[in-house]
Design a protein around this ligand. Structure first.
Ligand code: B3K
Ligand code: ZN
Length: 884
């Protein structure tokens, strides 16, 4: 395994301008013929032609029609005497789709053919310069048995199709846009499509298609609607039109991630595509909308302008996540629904990216090195990358950001570029802006790993009527980066009176007041900002809307947090104040070791939120949900997962007991009548009703109540949609109610033929709060269930990731059995699918923070995996970093 370094980047020695591919598709042995037009890159000295190839059998290599001698060098095919003039290269090889369990390259799933080429899967199809800066125009001829594979798809436009002898048929596709090999795709199978024609603003007609297996067609309506909404939004917000006559989406059940943005032929995990009210939850509907949008938006940010090398991955991923987050907010509607989106995104960032940024795999948004690029499709590249793009927008304003993006496309359409090119375009379009004047320092967001800590302290001078806010920052050391420079941190803020009134801001030295909200830019290790004409001691509301991905210590008292919770005009900070009130109590209990006793002030504040006549149900649900156990673990030096779990469970029980009447009222008040729609208002109500129900079932034993468990069971049976049904089932199962097992059996019986719902059934059981080791025992048992398999990533994730990633108290056991189980599953998965194995391996990223006895037991399990001789590069890299 070699370490690839960013600083070693070299332009390719050859360009490939056109590719003609012919596929004779056969599951056991597919024949691939590739005819390519090559030319030497005049900027690079003479040398051999080296093509990437993996798990291929080469049959023929011709240059300008003549056989040419070649050799194999590891995974490269080398032609030592390639011509200096432009030449035609013809290759023939075979590959074995049926045997390809990695789901990378060409593989079969459910009897159909699919491809996944990002990042380096194309080299498992044919020999190629499989790197994103080599962009070619593709023509693809597919030949296959017509009865088994009636649908033959590839990128671009269909040129012709027809019959062949022996029951075979063909289809020829042409994609006019030059593209890197990672955007190539083909699909062949027995599929059906939902179709819709649309006309874009330019007056062009386009055909939209969503292909799925027979029987799934009625579950594609939401995806199609999401696609149409995405097309409309990208034209309206960024002036970016659909550029192909045909845009296709295809669903597949065996897939390593959510979806893939292949040019004009997006391939989707069915879990990110199929939805019906009976089988998908509100969260599923939301996820599908955002993934359909994300892949569609890649057509400009990723495909039209792509990455020069994989170190620039966040150039397309961070930007495209930012775009899909903006889209989801715009789709949600009003200010409150937008804030709910933002809260969910931030909660996700903090629970997944913050731990990554302080663990063994911490890496900058633009990494400096990797062994296996597939290990770097991380939440840092995606979600932190998106926060970095958001900070550009915060610093130059919305219009300035749109102008910057316009310049980016004017300069770079059709090119493979770097994060520096993106930064330059946004800055150049906004001369004199808060970004442009400090661009070099801002770009440290790309080079420095780790989450910066910001401390804020305010001092009010009553005599001078001034308020001095002192902000300081420091970024912790991360692997390979002991010392950090200060970051450019936009701090959106406002000041409130203790009565909750927004105060007008007037910075010392400025001629006039600047309204009630302002973005301070922290760029020094420490800076003070003086506000004048401040009539009373203010409560600062800082980092509004989470204006930078940092950990903020604002030192606010409970009383001040309560003011923000009740009155802040920024809904994000209202939520944040509530979370801080909860976190402070949980952390105090953990530090003292004393039992948690929730006080009346806290419970009263939570009750007030729950009863609030104006607040949306969705917001209430978020505000009343306690911080997750993983997020809490990030706040303490030494992590005892059992202690954290005990405190959270106790807090939940106290909230369930103290607010029982309010939960009943909330449940009754948030019933959604009429047909199901996944809109923000109804889904917010369902979320709050489900939380209330779970609290009522949890409280039932203590209250000697049999009514609510019974009602939950009844609701589970009668539910008109999956959100209500799964919510009721979860309430019973998570509270260990007597009716839980019979409800679980019934659920399986009802949905045993729908794999995506069976995934939910496994996932729910993997996440049951641990009680006397029963959850762990159940998970082990479920690995032997007839429906369980490691071969399908969704199924493996549903059970194993639920336990190992999302159920710390069941996983981290004093007897180390959880770690032994983890090691076994990582090794078993690695033999089938290294990408999924490596993701599971990463649950040990933070093992060094664990308390005794977990720490030493975890180390032993990691060493057991490391001792395996033939680990994949994927798992080897993760494990080596954990041990470094
Ligand atoms: N670009 C793909 C992810 C590819 C992952 C390769 N291991 C999906 C996306 O981000 O849209
Ligand atoms: Zn993406």
């Amino acid at each position: 395994a070699t370490l690839i370094r960013r600083e070693d980047y070299q332009a390719p020695a050859f360009w490939i301008r056109t590719v003609d591919l012919t596929f004779d598709l056969d599951p056991a042995k597919t024949l691939v013929t590739a005819k390519m037009a090559l030319e030497r890159n005049s900027a690079v000295a003479h040398g051999p032609l080296r093509l990437h190839g993996e798990a291929l059998n080469v049959l023929r290599v011709l240059i300008n029609g003549e056989s040419v001698s070649f050799r194999q060098d590891g995974n490269e095919l080398v032609i030592d005497n390639a011509p200096d003039a432009d030449f035609a290269l013809e290759l023939r090889n075979t590959c074995a789709p049926d045997k390809n369990t990695t789901l990378n390259g060409l593989y079969t799933s459910g009897g159909s053919f699919f491809t996944q080429c990002e990042a380096e899967g194309f080299r498992r199809i044919t020999y190629f310069l499989d790197r994103p800066d080599v962009m070619a125009v593709y023509t693809v001829l597919l030949r296959a048995d017509k009865a088994k594979y009636p649908v033959l798809l590839s990128n671009g436009n269909l040129l012709e199709s027809g019959e062949l002898p022996n029951g075979r048929h063909f289809a020829k596709w042409h994609d006019p846009f030059p593209k890197p090999s990672y955007l190539f795709a083909l699909v062949a199978g027995d599929l059906v499509a939902r179709e819709q024609r649309v006309r874009t603003r330019a007056g062009k007609d386009h055909l939209l298609q969503v292909y799925v297996r027979r029987g799934d067609l009625e579950k594609t309506e939401h995806a199609m609607n999401s696609l149409i909404a995405s097309i409309v939004w990208d034209e309206a917000r960024f002036n970016l039109p659909l550029d192909l006559e045909r845009f296709m989406i295809v669903g597949v059940s065996d897939f390593n991630m959510g979806a893939m943005e292949n040019k004009g032929l997006n391939i989707f995990n069915t879990s990110a595509l199929l939805a019906s009210p009976a089988t998908a939850t509100d969260a599923d509907f939301g996820r599908i909308e955002s993934i359909v949008a994300h892949e569609y938006f890649h057509n400009w940010t990723g495909n039209r302008v792509t990455c020069r090398d994989w170190f620039q991955l966040s150039l397309k991923e961070g930007l495209t996540v930012f775009r899909d987050q903006e889209f989801s907010m715009d789709m949600a509607g009003g200010a409150s629904a937008r804030a709910v989106c933002r809260i969910q995104d931030v909660r996700n960032l903090r629970s997944a990216q913050f731990p990554e940024d302080s663990g063994a795999m911490a890496h900058p948004v633009r990494p400096d090195s990797y062994v296996e690029i597939n290990n770097f499709y991380t939440t840092t590249i995606y979600e932190k990358g998106s926060e970095v793009v958001r900070m550009y927008q915060t610093l130059v304003g919305r219009a300035g950001f749109e102008a910057g993006l316009k310049l980016y496309f004017e300069r770079h359409d059709g090119q493979a570029v770097t994060c520096d090119d993106f930064a330059a375009a946004i800055a150049d379009a906004n001369p004199g802006s808060a970004l442009t004047t400090r661009l070099d320092a801002f770009k440290r967001w790309y080079s420095q790993a780790g989450t910066p800590h910001v401390q804020a302290r305010g001092a009010y001078d009553a005599a001078a009527q001034s308020y001095t806010l002192t902000l300081s920052q420091h970024s912790p050391a991360t692997p390979g980066q002991p010392d950090k420079l200060p970051q450019v941190i936009p701090v959106a803020m406002g000041l409130l009176s203790h009565e909750g009134q927004a105060l007008t801001l007037h910075l010392q030295g400025e001629a006039a007041a600047i309204g009630a909200e302002h973005v301070l830019v922290l760029e020094q290790p420490e800076q003070s900002f003086v506000f004048i004409n401040v009539a009373c001691a203010p409560v600062p509301s800082l980092l509004r809307g989470f204006s930078a991905p940092v950990i903020l210590d604002d030192g606010l008292s409970d009383a001040e947090l309560l003011v923000l919770l009740q009155h802040d005009s920024d809904a994000f900070n209202r939520w944040e104040a509530g979370q801080r009130l909860s976190l402070n109590r949980i952390l105090a209990a953990l530090r003292s070791g004393a039992a948690l006793q929730l006080d009346d002030a806290y419970l009263g504040a939570m009750r007030a939120v729950l009863r609030h006549p104006q607040l949306d149900a969705a917001f209430k649900e978020l505000a009343l949900t306690l911080p997750g156990e993983g997020y809490i673990a990030e706040q303490v030096e030494i992590v005892d997962p059992q202690a954290i779990h005990a405190v959270v469970e106790s807090a939940q029980k106290q909230m369930a007991a103290a607010l029982r009447e309010d939960w009943i009222a909330a449940f009754e008040a948030n019933q959604v009548m009429g047909g199901y729609t996944p809109d923000p208002v109804s889904s917010g109500k369902r979320a709050l009703a489900n939380l209330a129900l779970s609290m009522l079932v949890l409280e039932a034993p203590r209250a000697q109540d049999s009514v609510w468990p019974g009602r939950a069971y009844q609701r589970f049976k009668d539910a008109g949609n999956m959100t209500d049904r799964l919510g009721a089932l979860a309430a019973l199962v998570n509270a260990h109610a007597e009716l839980a097992d019979s409800a679980l059996d019934r659920f399986h019986e009802l949905f045993k033929d729908d794999p995506l719902v069976v995934d939910k059934w496994f996932a729910l059981q993997g996440r049951v709060p641990e009680q006397d080791g029963k959850t762990f025992a159940r998970v082990k048992q479920l690995t032997k269930h007839a429906d369980f398999t490691l071969k399908n990533p969704n199924r493996a994730r549903s059970l194993l990731f639920s336990l190992c990633m999302y159920n710390p108290a069941a996983f981290h056991r004093a007897d180390a059995a959880g770690y032994v189980f983890w090691a076994e599953q990582v090794l078993a998965l690695d033999a089938i699918n290294p990408q999924i194995a490596s993701r599971l391996a990463r649950v040990m990223d933070r093992w060094t923070t664990l308390a005794t006895p977990y720490r030493s037991a975890a180390l032993e399990a990691i060493r057991r995996v490391a001792a395996k001789a033939d680990l994949s590069n994927d798992v080897r890299e993760v494990i080596s970093r954990a041990l470094a």
